[in-house]
Write a protein of this length. Structure first.
Ligand code: FES
Length: 87
């Protein structure tokens, strides 16, 4: 139970206004639809002081920058091995 994946989405004002306001919901929906909530610790974070590379989030300490919806979904698929795209 200790091995939950830690997902931190930056909710600093820059990231928030540049896309994370929407991505928060994208991720939430992804986790719900794929029944992954129990596997992750999903929470908002303060500014990472890398606003110029935002919007960004961090998963288990690894930062993903300059995000958009497509990127986020492919990152999540990569991590959770989602097969809804066909395989
Ligand atoms: S607001 Fe996200 S890094 Fe600053």
């Amino acid at each position: 139970m200790e091995n939950r994946i830690d997902i931190q989405i930056c909710l600093g004002s820059s990231c928030f206004s540049r896309g994370n306001k929407h991505l928060v919901k994208v991720i939430e929906q992804y986790l719900n639809e794929n029944n992954l909530r129990h596997l992750v610790h999903y929470h908002g974070a303060h500014c990472f002081s890398k606003c110029d590379r935002g919007p960004l989030l961090s998963i288990d300490g690894k930062e993903y920058t300059e995000l958009n919806e497509e990127k986020v979904l492919s990152i999540l698929d990569g991590i959770f091995g989602n097969t809804s795209s066909g395989v």
